[in-house]
Design a protein around this ligand. Structure first.
Ligand code: ADP
Ligand code: ZN
Ligand code: ZN
Length: 729
């Protein structure tokens, strides 16, 4: 009897369909296995989602599977369920969800030999050699690490030893060859290490979550910066590992720092830890994925795509800085990793902790409604007073390049005391452009409806939307005047002006133009920590993540542009950003001061900021949103279209709207409108907003509409996509 079976496979393709193949060696097949199949002239690797489906075509019409990757365990049903949910919820082809979720090199990674990651300890010989030596060689550095910190996994040792990856592993190998290190116990023997005793707020938070281990529960850990949220996560992870389970911790793009990795690796020297982010090479990403699937990983620490890692024995999910915009993917499968994480936690019956000092209003409302348990931590873990926050009313004073005399004086005082200042510029609306005052010519981008931004360092104009570059014209292209120059207070101009006030100060600009790679950022952070900088000038990059103990002044400049933005989320984002940046002031023994320069001194947003009153701000914003019928009191999806000409995009949307109207669904269909940034990279863009009073109403409508849209004749050159729960309108 033949064992041949029909397999239905989800392939990584942008098509809303699955593909059937014949598998001759059908014995032992199961859903969730990966398979390599012929596709067109080439081949693809996908996931088996069904066996012998009733509606398959006759067997003789099917092409044979090339290979089933049997060395990989099948992806668990829960993983497929997550992918299917994402496909359904975000109205996206399952194949494309799978191509987002499945790392591209999985086939090769499945073949790799298992990595040797034993737990190592210092031998007596190692200790003797360490005591006798005058110089710390690489091998001795490895010995020294475990001699003081105790037995540790090889991977964790490499993280801690740092430096060039090759150098650390060479030193380790050397030490093992010399008999200075020995392999000790099994992974489960060692869980946590160097545990801090928790304060009462932390202890309550840990106890509340711990009580729910083993079943679904969602928590909002609302803790001010420095209140010890990370410590809470670590202790919860310890409790999860102690149950023989694994943990997933999602962090924002910018939050996955070597410091955090070291903190986790140092705490769990016996744990197998995988760090995943989009900057990783395919190989490394796949290896982490495969190891997790094989049950060889205890902790995954990663950015949004880690929500799809099939961790065996998953027992806890943590989403740190849950409000962070980087959890929402802005292209392809436009998913929210935070929202999928909550769904996953429910589906796999485990607790999830969403942590933030400034939660998203969606999450805050869930907590208000009792769907999430709110755990509040209002005190800093290391006792100190919150920064003294004050408003500098700029209506009655003359600003000098955006600087008030009060702020200048405050910077001067810091310089005298040898402390650091941070001048934070909210960049929105303040990027410098080149313009001609005689005829109003402005440096617009040829391809976008945006102005090109002036970059002084390389004296060019660059479009921040499409990347186009051009030289700064010597004379006005329209009227020929030679008086063209830069306007607007970019960070560069501000830096210059501060330099004129304080010629002896060491000033450092921190923005994406000055610092382009994580490695550069590392160097800069070390410089700041070492006190080699007096004044920092910068944007968002400075808001997050690191303690600078000598930083005692934060000045906020140019925040007003966001107050009256047409984006209803702008105040929420501004508040989050300013709270975060204010939290940079005075985190150690030196008290901090925050000065907010504004022409809207009575604006409630600033008043709440001065009072460090996030709950007050959230209540106020939620009241406004409710009044206006905005999310989270309504539910949005946006259909966007782009084409060479705006009329084409608008025409397509109008047609799509007609189809939607005919469905008579309980949703509100707005008129198609050009997007705020109409032109990008030579394409004209428009969008159509769909609004509903409930998620099921929106989902029901979208399910039908998506099918119609896929069948609709789309004019050539028009491309469209749906964005469910869009981050910007
Ligand atoms: P958050 O993540 O809320 O910003 P962290 O967990 O990073 O806070 O803690 C801030 C600082 O306080 C860190 O230096 C941390 O080591 C320290 N810390 C946290 N919890 C405690 C505790 N229970 N006892 C002593 N120090 C603590
Ligand atoms: Zn452009
Ligand atoms: Zn001109």
């Amino acid at each position: 009897m033949s064992t041949a079976r029909i397999v239905r496979i989800a392939l990584p393709l942008p098509k809303p369909r699955l593909f059937d193949y014949l598998c001759e060696q059908g014995a032992g097949l199961s859903v969730g296995l990966c398979a390599r199949v012929p596709f067109g002239p080439g081949e693809k690797t996908g996931v088996i989602v069904a066996l012998d489906p009733a509606d398959a075509p006759p067997r003789d019409k099917l092409r044979p599977v090339r290979e089933v990757l049997r060395e990989l365990p099948p992806l668990p049903a829960s993983w497929l369920a997550l992918a299917e949910f994402a496909a359904r919820y975000y109205q996206h082809p399952l194949g494309e969800v799978i191509s987002t979720a499945l790392p591209p090199g999985i086939r090769r990674a499945a073949r790799l030999p298992r990595e040797d990651d034993p737990i190592l300890a210092a031998t007596a010989a190692g200790r003797t050699a360490l005591a006798a030596s005058k110089r710390l060689t690489r091998a001795l550095a490895a010995v020294s690490l475990v001699a003081s910190a105790g037995p540790m996994r090889r991977g964790a040792m490499l993280t801690q030893l740092g430096g060039l990856p090759g150098a650390a592993s060479e030193g380790l190998r050397d030490a093992r060859n010399k008999g200075w290190l020995e392999v000790v116990a099994a992974a489960s023997d060692i869980t946590a290490f160097d545990v801090m005793s928790l304060n009462s707020e932390q202890a309550e938070a840990v106890a509340a979550v711990e009580a729910e281990l083993g079943r679904f529960a969602s928590f909002l850990l609302f803790g001010i910066t420095g209140s010890g949220k990370t410590e809470v996560y670590l202790q919860l992870i310890a409790k999860t590992l102690a149950r023989g389970q694994s943990a997933l911790m999602l962090v924002p793009e910018i939050g996955l720092t070597p410091q955090l990795l070291e903190r986790v690796a140092g705490r769990f020297p016996g744990a197998r830890i995988v760090a995943l982010h989009s900057g990783l090479a395919d190989g490394a990403r796949s290896r982490g994925f495969v190891q997790a699937l094989q049950g060889e990983v205890d902790i995954v620490l990663g950015t949004r795509l880690s929500v799809f890692v099939p961790l065996a024995r998953l027992g806890l999910i943590v989403v740190d800085e849950e409000h962070d915009a980087s959890f929402k993917q802005q292209e392809g499968l436009r998913y929210s990793a935070r929202d999928l994480a909550v769904w996953r936690a429910r589906n796999e019956s485990l607790p999830i902790v969403l942590g933030s000092a400034t939660p998203s209003l969606e999450t805050w409302l869930h907590a208000d409604a009792g769907r999430y348990t709110r755990l509040t931590m209002g005190r800093r873990a290391v006792a100190e007073s919150p920064p003294d926050t004050r408003i500098v009313d700029t209506r009655r004073i003359k600003l000098d390049q955006g600087l008030s005399p009060r702020l200048v004086a405050a910077i001067g005082a810091r310089l005298e005391r040898g402390e650091q200042s941070l001048i934070f510029l909210n960049r929105r609306g303040y990027a410098p452009v080149v313009a001609c005052p005689s005829c109003d010519w402005i440096s617009a981008c040829e391809h976008c409806s945006a102005n090109m931004v002036f970059h002084q360092a390389d004296a060019i104009l660059r479009c921040h939307h499409c990347g186009a570059e051009s030289k700064v014209p010597r004379s006005c292209p329209t009227c020929g005047s030679h008086d063209v120059h830069a306007f607007g207070r970019g960070t560069q101009r501000l830096e210059e002006r501060i330099g004129e006030y304080f010629p002896a100060a060491r000033i450092l600009r921190v923005d994406r133009d000055a610092i382009k790679t994580p490695a550069q950022w590392e160097v800069v952070r070390d410089q700041i920590s070492a006190g080699e900088v007096d004044i920092l000038v910068g944007t968002q990059m400075l808001a997050k993540g690191h303690d600078f103990p000598r930083l005692t002044l934060v000045g906020i400049v140019g925040a007003d542009a966001s107050l009256y933005s047409s984006d209803y989320r702008a105040p929420e984002r501004l508040f989050q950003q300013l709270m975060q940046v204010a939290g940079r002031a005075g985190r150690a023994e030196l008290p901090g001061e925050v000065l907010i320069q504004t022409g809207f001194a009575e604006h409630p947003l600033f008043l709440k900021l001065v009072g460090q009153d996030f709950p007050g701000f959230a209540a106020m914003q939620l009241a406004e949103r409710r009044q206006a019928g905005f999310p989270p009191y309504s539910f949005h999806a946006v259909l966007r279209a782009e084409a060479d000409a705006l009329e084409q995009a608008m025409g397509f949307l109008a047609q799509a709207r007609e189809q939607a109207l005919a469905m008579n669904a309980p949703v509100r269909l707005f008129d198609p409108v050009p997007m705020r940034l109409v032109r990008r990279a030579r394409l004209e863009r428009a969008q159509l907003l769909v609004e509903a009073d409930s998620r099921p109403a929106l989902q029901g409508m979208l399910n039908n509409w998506t099918m119609v849209l896929h069948d609709m004749r789309v004019p050539r050159g028009v491309r469209w996509h749906l964005d469910v729960d869009p981050a910007d309108l």
